[in-house]
Design a binder for this molecule. Structure first.
Ligand code: ARG
Ligand code: ZN
Length: 468
């Protein structure tokens, strides 16, 4: 009796292992009947990123950090909804020790493997039902260091605090999450640091900082949906200026003392450009704008929602225009899969050219021609920007040739249709997730033209397109 039962159990286990055998398209969903949430959200290029089986609505992050010891203590509360029956589900988290997990207020079992935290609630979660999860954790965050071209990202300890920039998948270095842009959520931040330091997170401060026992707690809240990679709680010594842009948008700029002579300029230019983009791309999607300039040479800037972060340099107008354009293209409208990254970077690059044109410098057309004239052997022509490669996500082609694709589109449909298209695109998908196919369809709908050949040549062919 015993032996036979065990035999049956082994057989069942074997069948379920076979049913889950990997295919080339990793299955986003678990096999029917097993009720385990998938360890990936279904992005074939990043199979472990994000998770399946639930959808996060809100993250409430409580973090305590001490730069001198690099020690972080965290409590993450998640409000989510099960999208299938779940006997267990995963969160993404790397390094750091998990002390306790509870689901709907009851202790839950958990295990760790690679970047996955698997949570087994005491009671099964039913498809469609809301639930809460709380994770207590601590340790010394280790930023992600990519072997390819991503550099260092995530929670990066600095001399006076931390530089927090997580694109594409570095949120898991500092809080447990569904770390993929396809699952956006609102955020609250409660961050405690040694008195004298400033914490700058997304959105607006929901309370004044309070100091007790030599430590100060900052509270920030981002009330609009946000991708996990855009979440920041950058910590350090900062000079701060706040107020409103000329157009009335609340503006908050923080610069490391090393860049304090640039504070007024960064503050003013950020407000002015946010106002200008609101006239070109449609109403600003968020409740405030701003900038953070930290003394950490990341080698890049990141469009953190409402608070672009500049890594170790005084940003010029071009890059401020770029990061603020991302507030529409990337932050409000967020890609569903990383392969469509040109929808962020091509648009933000094209915005730099529009800004140059607006300022009476080189026109977008001149900049386009300069790049075109680099010649047919330039490496960007062999890299189709409409298909960003996981090992080379931020290739120059995704930026420059992506921007050129938009200029080719502008010339094909004419200025009135092109600029109407930009506003329609941002309005129809505000706070949502988008794909390249949706942009091509909208372009065709508004222009009444067959644009497949144009997009195919500019986005998907490994050669320099011919000019119309
Ligand atoms: N999205 C950023 C920008 O274009 C670049 C982020 C680069 N991220 C990285 N891990 N290297 O401004
Ligand atoms: Zn960019």
């Amino acid at each position: 009796m015993r032996i036979r039962r065990r035999g049956a159990a082994v057989l069942v286990a074997l069948i379920s292992v076979l049913a889950c055998a990997p295919t080339d398209e990793p299955p986003p969903r678990s096999a029917a009947g097993r009720h385990t949430g998938a360890p990936g959200i279904g992005d074939p290029d990043f199979p472990q990123d994000g998770n399946g089986g639930y959808d996060v609505a809100h993250y409430s992050l409580t973090v305590d950090y001490t730069p001198a010891t690099k020690r972080l203590t965290g409590l993450t509360k998640i409000r989510a909804k099960a999208t299938q029956d779940l006997s267990s589900f995963n969160l993404d988290l790397t390094g750091l020790d998990v002390a306790k997990v509870s689901v709907d207020g009851s202790p839950a079992r958990f295990s760790r493997k690679d970047g996955e935290l698997t949570v087994t609630p005491a009671a099964r979660l039913d498809a469609g039902s809301p639930f809460t999860a709380e994770i207590s954790y601590s340790g010394s965050p280790t930023p992600a260091k990519d072997t390819a071209n991503l550099g260092t990202y995530g929670f990066i300890p600095t001399a006076d605090g931390a530089f927090v920039a997580s694109e594409p998948n570095g949120s898991k270095t500092w809080f447990p999450s569904n770390d993929h842009p396809a699952d956006k959520a609102t955020f609250d931040f409660t961050v405690t640091v040694p008195a004298g330091l400033t914490v700058v997170a997304n959105g607006e401060q929901s309370a004044s900082p309070s100091t007790a026992g030599g430590r100060t707690t900052y509270r920030w809240s981002e009330r609009h949906p946000m991708a996990t990679y855009l979440a920041t709680a950058t910590i350090g010594k900062f000079e701060v200026r706040q107020g409103r842009s000329p157009g009335g948008i609340p503006t908050y700029a923080a610069v490391d003392p090393k860049f304090k002579t640039g504070l007024d300029r960064v503050y003013n230019v950020s407000g002015e450009i946010t106002d200008y983009w609101s006239t070109v791309f449609g109403a600003y999607p968020f409740s405030s704008t701003g900038a953070i300039v930290d003394d950490y040479s990341a080698g890049y800037a990141l469009e953190n929602q409402t608070k672009p972060l500049y890594g170790g340099f005084d940003p010029d107008e071009g890059i401020i225009a770029h990061e603020l354009a991302h507030q529409w293209f990337g932050d409000s409208l967020t890609i569903k899969r990383w392969k469509d990254l040109w929808l962020n970077e091509g648009f933000a690059t094209y915005a730099e050219w529009l800004w140059s044109e607006h300022r009476g410098k080189k026109t977008a057309d001149t900049i386009f021609k300069d790049f075109y004239n680099r010649g047919a052997k330039d490496p960007m022509w062999s890299y189709p920007p409409g298909r960003a490669k996981p090992g080379d996500l931020f290739n120059e082609s995704v930026y420059t040739r992506g921007g050129m694709a938009l200029h080719a589109l502008r010339k094909a449909v004419g200025d009135p249709t092109f600029f109407k298209l930009l506003k329609t695109w941002t309005a129809e998908h505000r706070y949502g997730n988008v794909t390249t196919r949706q942009f091509v369809d909208l372009s065709e709908r508004l222009s009444g033209k067959d644009l497949d050949p144009l997009f195919d040549a500019w986005l998907f062919q490994p050669r320099r397109p011919t000019l119309a």
